[in-house]
Design a binder for this molecule. Structure first.
Ligand SMILES: *Cc1c(COP(=O)(O)O)cnc(C)c1O
Length: 386
């Protein structure tokens, strides 16, 4: 195993509650106070400025220490959204004239950022089929400065093997950046597998309650300082209340994700045996193409799964309208179970044929498993499938 596990003072379930927090004096509040102030009194003549946009105010600083501890990173920065995190995280690494290699299986917003915005800024991006042998090495240029991947992948739940790509980035001395939103640090910690930078949409599992938009970048302290400079000028800093809510959501990350892992496994096994379902995509199933990689690298298979209805688009329309408990909504990683269809969300800009080529035929349903009883979720899916 290439894995290098750092020594943790406490288990992750404890760290989500306490890492980076030292409030033990009599009279200290048990819950972090919300400091909803943009400005702070300074020592006259000092340039030591605390300001919300600088990402250094109390609620941001506390959650940054905590998330850095969860990922085993030297430092972390919270930003206003996952997109803000990806943009600032990559702009801190890349200059005009640089080249970025990115997996072709990435979030739709990230795809747009890389192929439209970055190209306009003179940063060249090549999208790579990461499951092809030697894919990364063959697309390298002397200007290549970083590799960007997302794993597990939306919506097919493919799991990228970190081994080859991390050996390559180490050999070349370039950065390996991983969007780990789908896994959360409970199931996967990329830095233990050779990544240099970890990005999250905190909107998803880290907060987990469908009520905060946020993002995180984790890495070395000097790199995070570069990201902070981007955050400051591009104005990508979250409000203190968003940070406070994120801290509150994070406290239950370990119990939420473990429960979601268990429920998703049960639901995937059940779906796989249904005659209405042609195929179920879940890394915890032996039938999944990356099951062996997932067993090797992940601590849990996650709360995201997908399935293809034999009846195609018409069956999907009927299924979606019949759901009573599970709701039809984009987004993922929260306490409520949600279904969505890539043909209307992440992959809406593509033709049906192009989607089918990517393994996302019409009738493909994505399921983000929430915290409802797994039996109740299956009962609702069953009455909608029948
Ligand atoms: C949602 C998502 C993003 C973007 O996050 P926002 O918080 O919506 O800006 C980036 N990457 C992945 C994998 C996502 O699921």
């Amino acid at each position: 195993m290439a894995s290098r596990k750092p020594v943790r003072p406490h288990a992750l379930a404890t760290q989500v509650l306490h890492a980076g927090d030292g409030m033990h004096a009599a009279g200290d509040p048990v819950v972090s106070p919300l400091v909803q102030s943009v400005n702070y009194v300074q020592e006259p003549g000092s340039d030591d400025l605390m300001y919300t946009r600088y990402g250094n105010t109390p609620n941001a600083a506390r959650i940054q220490r905590r998330i850095a501890a969860l990922e085993g990173a030297e430092d972390a920065l919270v930003l206003a959204s996952g997109m803000g995190a990806t943009a600032c995280g990559l702009l801190a690494l890349l200059r005009p004239g640089d080249h970025l290699l990115a997996s072709q299986y990435i979030y739709g917003g990230t795809h747009r950022l890389l192929t439209e915005e970055f190209q306009q800024m003179g940063i060249d991006v090549t999208l790579v089929e990461p499951f092809e042998p030697r894919a990364w090495r063959r697309r390298l240029r002397k200007e290549t400065r970083a590799i960007f991947i997302e794993s597990p992948v939306n919506p097919t739940c493919r799991v990228l093997d970190m081994r080859g790509v991390s050996l390559l980035t180490k050999e070349l001395g370039i950065a390996l950046v991983v969007d780990s939103t789908f896994a959360s640090p409970v199931n996967f910690r990329p830095l233990e597998h050779g990544a240099d930078v970890v990005i999250h949409s905190a909107t998803k599992y880290l907060n987990g309650h469908h009520d905060v938009l946020g993002g995180v970048v984790c890495g070395t302290a000097p790199y995070i300082e570069e990201v902070r400079q981007k955050e400051i000028v591009w104005g990508q800093t979250p409000d203190p209340f968003a940070c406070w809510l994120l801290e509150r959501g994070l406290k239950t990350l370990d119990v939420r994700v473990r429960r979601q892992n268990d429920s998703a496994q049960q639901i995937a096994e059940w779906l796989e045996g249904r005659k209405e379902v042609r195929r179920c995509h879940y890394p915890g199933l032996a039938s999944h193409p990356d099951h062996a990689v997932a067993v090797d690298q992940l601590d849990g298979f996650g709360g995201m799964l997908a399935f293809e209805l034999s009846g195609g688009a018409r069956a999907a329309d009927r299924f979606a309208r019949r759901l009573k408990l599970v709701r039809y909504a984009a987004s993922l990683g929260g306490v409520d179970t949600l279904v969505s269809e890539p043909r209307f969300s992440s992959h809406a800009r593509m033709s049906a044929d192009a989607r089918a080529h990517l393994g996302i035929p019409d009738g493909f349903i994505r399921l983000s498993v929430g915290l409802e009883d797994a039996g109740d979720i299956m009962a609702d899916l069953e009455q909608a499938l029948r």
